[in-house]
Design a protein around this ligand. Structure first.
Ligand code: TA6
Length: 278
């Protein structure tokens, strides 16, 4: 019986401040003051075709489960395939990486549109991402997108999230019920999976354990998703495990549902994200 061939390890590109991989155009690590700002699960797989649990997954061209219920991969295909590295610019205080993904027969079998996607990541004193989609087809298409950021925290039970006060959300952890944030900042005491639409505000995450505040600033993104799996869901995620959930909070920047983007032939849209440490 032949041993199962080990999957080829993914190529990792390193800079003084972090790591990226062409697999999913995925930012894996970014450090500020020599401390990781992004969380990556110690149990994550790093194999072709498999999403990475942590860093900043690129969700495209849909968010969440297959909206057409055809069993296509959750959060779309972009985070599961190899992108092309088209630029790498080391600089005195920042390194820029640019990746591109264009349609092929595999993507068209999943999503029948011609497109070009480009992810630019600048790892410097701040972490800056720009995700651009261009419609290279002869007909319009609608897509969802999200930069599914895993922020590293000392203990998610102790953090305070500001910027969502008074906002309306769809609560996936409560069957999609509609909720409204109060005047107080958001704190976490259970599985939380909330999508805020029509919201462009800056979110700040105060972490008393690590003694820092993370800032999530976005441009041309009208959806924010906040997620912590808490104990039960974490235990069901084999690539996370029962204990690591306290070490991150996802604050995701996208355009989904009513905020989804429709592009005419030849048109482009860019979602920009900046993560800073105060
Ligand atoms: O972050 C929101 C969410 O849709 C959650 O419902 C959870 O499923 C999470 O994404 C992770 O999704 P994944 O497919 O990476 O396990």
């Amino acid at each position: 019986m032949l041993a199962r061939p080990m999957a080829a390890p993914l190529p990792i590109l390193r800079s003084p401040l972090g790591e990226v991989t062409p697999h999913g155009a995925h930012v894996l690590r970014w450090k500020k003051d020599d401390r990781d700002v992004l969380f990556v699960s110690p149990r994550s797989k790093f194999e072709p075709g498999v999403p990475i649990r942590g860093g900043i997954p690129v969700c495209f061209p849909w968010f969440g489960d297959d909206p057409e219920g055809k069993g296509r991969p959750a959060h779309g295909f972009a985070r599961r395939v190899a992108w092309r590295l088209v630029e790498q610019q080391p600089g005195p205080d920042a390194t820029l990486f640019a990746f591109e993904l264009t349609d092929d027969e595999t993507t068209r079998a999943l999503w029948p549109h011609r497109f070009r996607a480009r992810l630019v990541a600048r790892l410097g004193p701040t972490l800056d991402l720009a995700f651009t989609v261009t419609n290279t087809d002869a007909r319009p298409f609608r897509y969802e997108e999200a930069l599914h950021t895993y922020l590293a925290v000392g203990d998610v039970r102790r953090v305070v999230l500001r910027g969502l006060e008074g906002a309306r959300y769809r609560d996936k952890a409560r069957g999609g019920a509609i909720g409204h944030e109060g005047a107080e900042p958001v704190v976490f005491s259970e599985e939380t999976d909330r999508t805020y639409h029509g919201l462009e505000s800056v979110c700040t995450l105060q972490d008393p354990v690590l003694g820092r505040t993370l800032e999530v600033v976005k441009c041309d993104s009208r959806s924010t998703v906040v997620w912590t799996p808490w104990t039960d869901k974490a235990a069901r995620l084999a690539d996370l495990g029962a204990d690591a959930w306290t070490g991150f909070l996802c604050v995701e920047s996208g355009n989904l549902g009513p905020d989804a983007i429709t592009l005419e032939p030849g048109a482009s849209h860019t979602l920009a994200l900046r993560i800073a440490v105060r």
